[in-house]
Design a protein around this ligand. Structure first.
Ligand code: NAP
Ligand code: ZN
Ligand code: ZN
Length: 347
């Protein structure tokens, strides 16, 4: 599929500019998708800035893809033309390792192929993501989007949604559990909606009280500012689960102090520096500090079906592709309510 239109960063930290690429013609197990919308994840900012190293440029970001099937290969069984589908952070994995066989493809011990900036053996080149108007993906890595959900609001579920759903499920968020979400951004606001729908008591820990009204509307029961030292005395020892979505290093010891006995602090936001933690507060209450990466394919489908059932989508601001660089600046200043979504029809 030559002449696919896209936006790319030509080099690290460069603004995104128009770019043309070739997608493969759909093979027998492939699904060709007309991309309608793609969310802007904070990871796209980290990657185009090459914060984590190993970036291949030009880079076409985007792993919150929602669109419509335009063609299917002869052996595709699960999708048909016209269906609403999504693609998240993964487009392939080894399929044979222990993790893949358990549906934990995101932790694949073999070769995992991320949706962008990842070597793709099928294409013989780096993968290009969803800031484009078409993509071709093996059916095993394509998700079905419930027809009652709007495609623009559903796009961020493919990363922000699953990244919060997976730890909330793994650590048992539900009735009788107290869950706190640190950072009310793209990931955080999905965490509030999902934890609330699961029946947990939800607290937002935000830098200030500026977003307090939104927190209540999204489903939070309580809202506290981390800039207020009283927060850490008032809430000491309360939470069964705290999910940290902050894309920067912060004082994890303060948050560990808020955990109940057996509580877990789960890190999903990527700190920009090493974080020191003390052992004693962990030991005296059998607390855990853990990390979590997106979710597997089956769990992502489970999350989408859960969102379909509960009518959950992301709160979004839709922008034309031409405004992507301004949107990046606003995301870096935490000035987003709560996810930018690119209208890929504007390409
Ligand atoms: P985002 O929309 O920018 O939201 C991050 C929120 O964190 C902000 O809205 C802000 O909330 C708070 N925050 C930002 N800078 C902060 C700072 N310096 N100190 C304290 N709080 C700060 O970002 P996102 O898209 O949700 O992504 C968040 C992080 O998760 C990124 O590092 C991203 O790479 C990572 N991520 C991880 C996974 C995974 O699988 N683990 C998946 C996707 C993304 P308040 O204003 O409420 O404080
Ligand atoms: Zn993401
Ligand atoms: Zn594998």
């Amino acid at each position: 599929m030559p002449n696919t239109r896209a936006y790319a960063a030509a080099e690290a930290k460069a603004p995104l500019t128009p770019f043309t690429l070739d997608r493969r013609e759909p093979g027998e197990f492939d699904v060709a998708i007309d991309i309608k919308f793609c969310g802007i994840c904070h990871t796209d900012l980290h990657q185009t800035a090459n914060d984590w190293g190993g970036g291949t440029f030009p880079m076409v970001p985007g792993h919150e893809i929602a669109g419509v099937v335009s063609a299917v290969g002869g052996k595709v069984t699960r999708f048909q033309v016209g269906q609403h589908v999504g693609v998240g952070c993964l487009v392939d994995s080894c399929r044979t390792c222990v993790e893949c066989r358990k549906g934990l493809e995101q932790y694949c011990a073999g070769q995992v192929v991320f949706t962008y900036n990842s070597m793709d053996p099928k294409e013989g080149r780096v993968t290009y993501g969803g800031y484009s108007n078409k993509i071709v993906v093996d059916e095993n890595y394509v998700l079905s989007i419930p027809e009652n959900l709007p495609l623009d609001g559903a796009a961020p579920l493919l990363c922000a949604g699953i990244t919060l759903y997976s730890p909330l499920r793994h650590w048992g968020a539900g009735p009788g559990k107290k869950v706190a979400i640190i950072g009310l951004g793209g990931l955080g606001h999905m965490g509030v909606k999902l934890a609330h729908a699961m029946g947990a008591e939800v607290t937002v820990l935000s830098q200030s009280l500026n977003k307090q009204k939104d927190g209540a509307r999204l489903g939070a029961d309580h809202f506290y500012a981390t800039s207020d030292p009283d927060t850490f005395t008032k809430l000491a020892g309360q939470f069964d689960l705290i999910v940290n979505t902050v894309p920067a290093a912060s004082n994890w010891d303060q948050f560990i102090g808020l955990l109940a006995t057996n509580g877990a602090l789960v890190v999903v936001g990527v700190p920009d520096d090493a974080v020191a933690i003390n052992g004693f507060p962990l030991i005296i209450k059998r607390r855990t500090v853990a990390g979590s990466l997106i979710g597997g394919i089956a769990e992502t489908q489970e999350m989408l079906d859960f969102c379909g059932k509960h009518n959950i989508v992301s709160d979004i601001e839709v922008i034309p592709m031409q405004q992507v660089n301004e949107a990046y600046k606003r995301v870096s200043k935490s000035d987003v309510r709560y996810r930018f979504v690119i209208d890929c029809g504007t390409l």
